[in-house]
Design a protein around this ligand. Structure first.
Ligand code: FAD
Length: 589
């Protein structure tokens, strides 16, 4: 069957045109490699475009700062689960990375003296727990938009080859473990295509759509993670999913942390600034997990606002109206469109909302995918890379700091580009691509051609999202998660009976949604299985029945494997590259 499917050959296949994919591609195209970038939506619609607040780098334009302080804050923010070699690398590289963006044309906001504007964000300190630092480089509150458009234009100039609106179905992995490209689908025509490549980079972003209320784009369905799982690669630290404290109540879209960075704060029904009790020093700019839990606690204690007492308020109206409109135009837009209010006049009703995946495809700091080989130590999966939100390198550990994800995608996207360049120079020939390597991917595609009566994709997807929200939210316990896992297994079994009603080829988005559902279910299983297994509270994983962090038993990464829903563990890399490590301490803000 695959004889009839056309093949294209490239040095590098990049799946995903967000910040991670585009920064990797740019490096490669500038070195004259043949680069294919596949994206299921037009590149500038990738979720990176929605990033508001900014990107962290210790430039010290506004407050004194050092990359070592950035590193310490990130290690502490991760609740000591982050790998310190990768964190050191990211925080050091942050400074040249932001200047590189500036030179590529990103229109950062400016200080009076012409330097890049920086704002304070959560979990940022000067000198290891001291005063608040201002480390987040911003283009108003549309930083991701500015970065993504600049990277796209630079890639066009460097002649990267774009496959816009192509959907990656599955990776092609041969018997020796090499990844040789992917089977993709042209969404417009419905025609399959094999992209054979010496190296493949997964840069497919996050999976916020697994939860009913979330800040994410509809396209964030964990596809790259599903692709990895299906060729036998485990997912790491999937129990750690970030709930952003300030989603628009009842709706979920994000009110950026920049609103608090610029001086906004949270109040309960009594008008109290409650964060003072939970984090006396950092208050509203404590870690996101800390603020999200505080909001839920206030509501549970009956101090929620509104007739249902089901949210708290984010107050900005004590600030200068000009500052609000100038520095936070995106927030003002969201409030006007979705709430009909001006935040300079009235406070914003907020509630925690699913936001960001700390876990993902395990990589080393060169963005090479690593997986356990038999019972031995981890080995590099030849030809396969992962970077950005779909990867777990791990710099965010159990909780990510605001402004560190844009940084992560840029730094490790670039690192992936550098290592791919090395790999292609050392391995200049394509490995042969056999029928047997392609067969599993074709079988999965064919599975959705089955006709007749069956369950509907939408029904199953809606149930899945509600299930995850109910059974794996901000606070977790054994009984609720066990029940959730039971239901999720039953739902997975039902997948086989789900059928498409529409089998047309041209722009059949129902087929794409079905393929996405496969990925969401796999990623949901990874998340819930890993969450049930971890009997401690750390960062975003907050167990009512195990409220303490337990370094003796649990200072380790989890690895979920699809076959048999297995969980294994591996040690945290506590050794930085050049400086001495930061041993675990109590995490107070
Ligand atoms: C509302 C919001 C605001 C945020 N604000 C900030 C912020 O201020 N600072 C910060 O540091 N972080 C922020 N984040 C987080 C950060 O923006 C993301 O983690 C980051 O942009 C992810 O980038 P990425 O390159 O990994 O993936 P994305 O930008 O999500 O891109 C994924 C790409 O993969 C493609 N893709 C996916 N699946 C397939 C498939 N099957 N086939 C083909 N293509 C596929 C998509 O088309 C897309 O091009 C924010 C996130 C959200 C949701």
């Amino acid at each position: 069957m695959s004889h009839s499917i056309p093949q294209r050959h490239f040095d590098a296949l990049i799946i995903g045109a967000g910040g991670a994919g585009l920064n990797a591609a740019l490096r490669l195209a500038q070195a004259d490699l043949r680069v294919a970038i596949v994206s299921k939506v037009f590149p500038t619609r990738s979720h990176t475009v929605a990033a508001q607040g900014g990107v962290n780098a210790a430039l010290a334009n506004v407050s004194p700062d050092e990359w070592q302080w950035h590193m310490f804050d990130t290690v502490k923010g991760s609740d000591y689960l982050g790998d310190q070699d990768a964190i050191e690398y990211m925080c050091r590289e942050a400074i040249p990375t932001v200047y590189e963006l500036e030179h590529a044309g990103v229109p950062f906001s400016r200080l009076e003296n012409g330097k890049i504007y920086q704002r304070p964000f959560g979990g940022q300190s000067q000198a290891f727990g001291g005063e608040q630092a201002a480390r987040t480089c911003a283009a108003a509150d549309r930083t991701g938009h500015a970065i993504l458009h600049t990277l796209y234009q630079q890639n066009i100039r460097a002649r990267s080859h774009f496959f816009d609106e192509y959907f990656a179905v599955d990776l092609l992995r041969d018997e020796d473990g090499y990844v040789l490209g992917a089977l993709v689908l042209d969404i417009e025509s419905g025609a399959p295509l094999i992209i054979a490549a010496k190296t493949t980079l997964l840069a497919t972003g996050g999976y916020g759509q697994l939860f009913r209320t979330n800040t994410n784009a509809h396209i964030n369905t964990g596809d790259g993670m599903g692709l990895a799982l299906r060729v036998g690669i485990p997912l790491q630290d999937m129990e750690f999913f970030q709930f952003h404290p300030t989603g628009v109540a009842g709706k979920g879209m994000l009110i950026t942390e920049a609103a608090r960075g610029e001086g906004g704060y949270l109040i309960n029904a009594n008008g109290e600034r409650f964060m003072e009790q939970y984090a006396p020093q950092a208050r509203d700019l404590a870690g996101r997990d800390v603020v999200a839990r505080a909001i839920v606690n206030e509501i549970r204690a009956g101090r929620g606002c509104g007739s249902q007492k089901d949210h708290v308020l984010l107050q900005l109206n004590h600030l200068d109206a000009n500052l609000i409109h100038q520095r936070l135009p995106g927030v003002c837009d969201i409030c006007r469109v979705f709430l009909g209010i001006d935040p300079a006049v009235r406070p914003i009703p907020v509630f925690p909302t699913a936001h960001y995946a700390m876990g993902g495809i395990p990589t080393d700091r060169h963005a090479r995918v690593v997986a356990p080989a038999g019972h031995g130590p981890e080995e590099v999966v030849p030809g396969l890379y992962a970077a950005g939100e779909c990867a777990c390198v791990s710099v965010h550990g159990a909780n990510r700091l605001g402004g560190n994800s844009l940084l992560d995608i840029l730094v490790f996207g670039r690192a992936a580009g550098s290592d791919i360049l090395r790999y292609v120079l050392e391995n200049p020939r394509h490995r042969p691509l056999n029928e047997s390597t392609i067969a599993p991917a074709l079988a999965r595609l064919a599975r959705w051609e089955r006709r007749g009566d069956g369950e509907n994709v939408h029904v199953v997807k809606t149930e899945l999202r509600k299930l995850m929200e109910t059974h794996c939210g901000v606070f977790r316990d054994d009984a609720t998660m066990r029940d959730g896992l039971h239901k999720l297994r039953a739902l997975r079994d039902r997948l086989d009976g789900v059928k498409l009603q529409d089998h047309s080829r041209v722009f059949n988005t129902a087929r794409i949604e079905a393929l996405e559902l496969d990925n969401l279910v796999d990623v949901g299983m990874a998340t819930l299985t890993a969450a049930l297994a971890r009997q401690e509270s750390r960062g975003a994983h907050s167990r009512v029945d195990f409220p303490q962090r337990d370094d003796e038993r649990w200072l380790k990464h989890s690895l979920y494997t699809r076959t048999g829903d297995r969980i294994e563990y591996k040690p945290v890399r506590t050794k930085p590259l050049t400086i001495s490590s930061f041993p675990p301490q109590d995490r107070v803000y």
